[in-house]
Design a protein around this ligand. Structure first.
Ligand code: ATP
Ligand code: SF4
Ligand code: MG
Length: 373
């Protein structure tokens, strides 16, 4: 009988979270790449906490540092050219950045698992699905080949793959894109990780399959109570899923808040730009989509002052000379904009869609309070 590592006291996920700590704490993390062209400030001051059962959405355009942030957490950045320039990442109170590669190997796939963007390049074409699904269980849990295969069949069934006994013996190319993505999720969940990181897991899929994959991750989370970090360039994808959302621009967070705050009371012009570029499906409103003008800046040569100033329709002189400080609207909701604390500015310029929804919500909450009286 193989050793079952589920109750292994050495496994970090079986140890209590020390008092005063969260499941995951990212503290002012800075990771730069030192290249021939200069220093790429890929992650420049990212902070957040995550607890069990919570979902964090990380949203931003291509190149904003979403993937490099999580790859740094997982210890998957090649150093050099990468270099940690500051900050820390604590998992259950222990720093991941100071762990040896041997310690990180125990954590990767077992405590913190990742679903990568492109399932075809993450699956090995020459091995069967069953072998690849069972690999983590054999490494981390000491399963025999036979036990790992039996569990692989269960996992395929769990993620809704029909005929799992037959499918487990097949190769990745015999699966459709949606099925491969399900396999990736099954693989990431095989060892019941504390944290599931999903890096754009649905971009290559059609809308119906996207919805199924998100539903599947939510179901799995209800069962395992794991935390999820969901990375996407599309704010709409995390609308029904995230508890908290971090909006990233040019390597740094520009706004952070609960999903309600980011959807109903956003305070940063970049977040407004993201809102204006997603189709409105929830309310009966015919609104033209307005993409954000221009391109993100080079992370080697960031603009002086606010990084968003060259593209921001509200930029003033101060924006081009002085970096905005963090303005905290309410506990946990903050934005890096010189005018985030100016209610007149926010009320005047926030996209109609958010304002309308906020007003509707306020009315609903007043109505429900009134009804309760
Ligand atoms: N090995 C590397 N060397 C130099 N620069 C890198 C390296 N890896 C990533 N970068 C740069 O770091 C920045 C952040 O990249 P990252 O992959 O995190 O973006 P992203 O937000 O995930 O974008 P996408 O939505 O396209 O996946 C980019 O400017 C990228 O070019
Ligand atoms: S600080 Fe200025 S440029 Fe930056 S987002 Fe705010 S208004 Fe726009
Ligand atoms: Mg990415």
């Amino acid at each position: 009988m193989a050793k079952d590592y589920r109750n292994d006291p050495e496994d970090l996920k079986n140890q209590p979270i020390p008092e005063g700590h969260h499941l995951l704490e990212v503290k002012d993390l800075k990771m730069y790449f030192h290249t021939h062209d200069g220093v790429v400030r890929a992650v420049d001051g990212v902070s957040y906490n995550l607890d069990r059962g919570e979902t964090l959405g990380v949203v931003g355009e291509s190149g904003s540092g979403k993937s490099v942030t999580v790859m740094t957490i997982m210890g998957l950045i090649e150093m050099p050219p990468g270099k940690i320039e500051g900050g820390d990442v604590l998992y259950r109170g222990k720093s991941l950045l100071t762990m040896s590669e041997r310690e990180m190997c125990k954590i990767r796939g077992n405590d913190i698992a990742m679903v990568f963007q492109d399932p075809m390049s993450s699956l090995n074409p020459v091995y069967t699905i069953g072998r690849q699904l069972g690999e983590g269980l054999r490494i981390h849990r000491g399963y025999t080949k036979k036990q790992a295969l039996a569990r692989a069949v269960e996992l395929l069934d769990l993620v809704g793959i029909p005929n799992p006994e037959k499918r487990v013996k097949m190769y990745p190319h015999e699966f459709s894109g949606g099925m491969r993505q399900r396999v990736m999720i099954a693989m990431a969940l095989a060892c019941e990780p504390d944290i599931l990181i999903a890096d754009e897991p649905t971009t290559a899929l059609d809308v119906t399959i996207q919805a199924q994959i998100i539903e599947l991750m939510k179901e799995m989370q209800e069962k395992n109570h794991n935390a999820i970090i969901m990375i996407t360039h599309d704010l709409g994808v995390v609308a029904d899923m995230a508890d908290k959302i971090m909006v990233m621009y040019a390597g740094s967070p520009v706004e952070f808040g609960t999903a309600d705050e980011i959807f109903y009371a956003p305070r940063h012009p970049y977040t407004w730009g993201l809102h204006n570029s997603i189709p409105e499906t929830t309310i009966d409103e015919k609104r033209p989509l307005t993409p954000i003008q221009g391109n993100p800046p080079s992370l080697v040569n960031l603009p002086k002052g606010c990084s968003f100033s060259p593209r921001c329709p509200f930029a003033q002189d101060v924006c081009r000379t002085t970096k905005p400080k963090r303005y905290e609207t309410s506990t946990g909701h903050y934005a890096f904009c010189h005018f985030a604390g100016d209610d007149d500015f926010v009320n005047r310029n926030m996209p109609v869609t958010s304002r309308t929804k906020a007003a509707a919500r306020q009315v609903r909450s007043q109505e429900s309070k009134g009804g309760a009286e």
